[in-house]
Design a protein around this ligand. Structure first.
Ligand code: 13P
Length: 249
């Protein structure tokens, strides 16, 4: 089954988010049987959006969580709080968190631990910048980003990896099929070598109705993580429909 995950980032205001979640559910009742749909919403929207999607096939994720479980950490939202509010997933290490909030491996390792303790399924985002790609560092960078995955949970398939090349995010310039295949195989091979298990790997970065067929058709792509195109039904639905079509076969 191919997955379609939506990252709404810091966009939809609450009334729109709730309306859109309802519309998405109504429009994907058939498709949701053949693909896994998750919407990653801001913390304040986890509870209301989960309420709308309760008893449906659609699931909710958080876009981040604290490295702390509880205590005097003003402004933080813990993984347990996300879970209690209705989230089943959490994005970790998105390139925007790395870039604007300085998140690095030491911090992400702790967030990963808290997320797993809280029963959330983490989606670890990895990917290189254009400079790193030009310098031939793609595998080095990704291997380092993957190093935070806890060895003892590898067999459980309790987390997912999303390959999101930084230069492809929000630029309209998706990675080519060859580039995606090469990195996805690298990720799968590296993890299989240490664990004997092949992980789920999603692609993200300018996924759109135009390129969704080619990207979702790739064997090494277990699904897509969609930003801009996930904000409107008009552009998100064709991506969901294509994933569902593939899931039926
Ligand atoms: P875009 O689809 O807007 O490029 O964003 C991708 C992304 O960052 C998903 O997490």
């Amino acid at each position: 089954m191919k997955r379609v995950y939506a990252n709404w980032k810091l966009n939809l205001p609450l009334p729109e988010a709730v309306e859109y979640a309802k519309a998405l559910f109504n429009a994907t009742q058939e498709e949701a049987r053949y693909t896994e749909i998750v919407v990653f919403v801001s913390h304040s929207q986890i509870f209301p959006v989960s309420a709308v999607l309760q008893n449906t096939f659609l699931q909710v994720g958080a876009q981040d969580c604290s490295q702390f479980d509880k205590g005097a950490y003003t402004g933080e939202v813990s993984a347990r709080m996300c879970s209690a509010a209705g989230a089943a997933f959490v994005l970790l290490g998105h390139s925007e968190r790395r870039r604007f909030f300085g998140e690095k491996e030491d911090l992400l390792r702790l967030k990963m631990e808290r997320a797993l303790e809280a029963g959330l399924q983490p989606v670890l985002c990895v990917g290189e910048t254009l400079e790193e790609r030009k310098a031939g560092l793609v595998e080095t960078i990704i291997q380092n980003q993957l190093s935070i995955l806890p060895q003892n949970s590898i067999g459980a398939r309790s987390w997912i990896v999303a390959y999101e090349p930084v230069w492809a995010i929000g630029t309209g310039m998706n990675a080519s099929e060859e580039q995606i295949e090469a990195v996805h195989h690298f990720i799968k091979d590296r993890i299989a070598q240490v664990s004997g298990n092949t992980p789920i790997v999603l692609y993200g970065g300018s996924v759109s109705p135009e390129n969704r067929t080619a990207i979702l058709a790739l064997d090494s792509v277990d699904g897509v993580l969609v930003g801009g195109a996930s904000l409107q039904l008009e552009t998100f639905l064709p991506i969901v429909q294509e994933a569902a079509r593939l899931g039926k076969h």
